[in-house]
Design a protein around this ligand. Structure first.
Ligand SMILES: [Zn+2]
Length: 193
């Protein structure tokens, strides 16, 4: 697994070199840098954002992350929980529209023993799955190829988010901004989560 996750670590080092003032937590810093496309930040809501994983298990592997810096899910307020859940629903919609997967794995790695790489700032992984798929990282072990694949996936997902209700776009290099109705959303698939 170390080899598989190497590009992710290399990318962090490069980011820190570019910005010497970076604090320890990249999930707190990335949304503030306002270079969303470069950082693979594809969608934002009021309390959360969607980031493509630099070392995807499968194409379309994203993380849905609250802006709040906490590693404990129980610390999120009701507003943050609802927003995070709504953004997960929208992420399933966008991935289905963009990539037509047969299903998803979705979940959190919480605590030091859970095997997550950034334990201090919780993030829900969403991994699209296809019938008979295998981990695509060993196939795409060339970092340059992975970067190109990520940019292509970003474009497809960005387009899918931009077509959703309540979506606004300030520019092609900015994440899609999503606002949710205060009532229940009827357009989401009821069997997605
Ligand atoms: Zn953080």
């Amino acid at each position: 697994m170390d080899r598989v996750f190497a590009p992710w670590r290399i990318e962090w080092i490069r980011r820190e070199e570019k910005n010497p003032d970076v604090e320890e937590c990249v999930f707190c810093e990335l949304p503030d840098w306002e270079r969303d496309r470069e950082h693979l930040l594809v969608a934002r809501s009021q309390h959360s954002f969607v980031l493509l994983n630099n070392a995807p298990y499968n194409p379309g592997h994203v993380m849905v992350i609250p802006y709040t810096h906490t590693g404990d899910y129980r610390n999120l307020t009701d507003d943050q929980l609802l927003d995070h859940a709504r953004l997960k629903q929208r992420t399933f919609d966008a991935l289905e529209a963009a990539l037509r997967p047969d299903g998803f794995n979705a979940g959190l790695n919480l605590g030091d023993g859970a095997g997550g790489s950034i334990g201090d700032h919780l993030h829900t992984h969403i991994v699209p799955r296809w019938e008979g798929d295998t981990n695509f990282m060993p196939v795409l072990s060339d970092t340059r190829v992975i970067v190109e694949a990520l940019e292509e996936t970003y474009d497809h997902l960005h387009e899918a988010f931009a077509e959703q209700p309540g979506a606004t776009l300030e520019g092609p290099d900015q994440a899609v901004e999503l606002t949710f109705d205060s009532g229940s959303e009827s357009e989401s698939n009821s069997d997605a989560e």
